[in-house]
Design a protein around this ligand. Sequence first.
Ligand code: IPD
Length: 273
Amino acid sequence: MSDAIDEYFEVALELVKSAGNLITEYTSGCKEYKLKSSDIDLVTEIDKKVEETLITGLSKKFPSHKFIGEESVAEGAKCVLTDEPTWIIDPVDGTLNFIHGYPSSCISLGLTINKEAVAGIIFNPIVNQLFTAKKGQGAFLNGKPIHVSQVKDMKNALVSFEVGTSRDEEKKKAVLENFKMIVDKTQGIRTVGSAALNMAMVALGGADAYFEFGIHAWDIAAGDIIVREAGGVCIDPAGGPFDILSRRVLCASSAELAQEMATVLHQYYPERD
Ligand code: IPD
């Protein structure tokens, strides 16, 4: 199995690196975009081109593999996760940043087998940060091993979270209550504008935890394995097991920190993927 994962990963890595060139053509922003599910859920032609490049390249090499891609789902494809090898793609995670020219967007590509993430690549080509992980082999930034921080409690934690792309009133209430709670109980708060990069920061040890309600499988598939391979944990924000289709994530440098946060987070349950 591990040899097969190595082979899949090498092919995917070359495709991701070359698709990164599509993004770096727009380092000062990409002003042409369309709306998707809300007036702050945006898509550009580059999102579509990156996704097409990855799906075409991977399906040519691995014709039996399945795909869940953000833009394919937006255009009507079903979001179905089976036990088959499945590539879960966010072609530009942090699309709003990409549009504005804020240099925090990335390609996020996860591979699941038996519904478990076994390989992940998060590539921010603008600042040349390549986060990678394969099951049982550790996590890396630009080829060098990375590890989560030693922080085990909220009072010493730097926590990131996101407002997200929905203007639902109940969701906004949860975001604002959690914002206040994090400001009161932790050392600091960050919002990077990309779920995948938030997870990469936890893997790197730069942030100690990240949570969000309303993300999708493509935002978190690669981050899940990268955080776990860096020694961290991914759980449901209420404290139960991580569920990639639940649209809820809490990852942290330790189980202790994750569980402490789960007890105080104001919960929100979006419709599942
Ligand atoms: C979004 C980003 C953002 C998060 C949203 C995601 P996209 O992904 O990760 O940080 O708050 O929930 O949808 O739309 O830029 O691929």
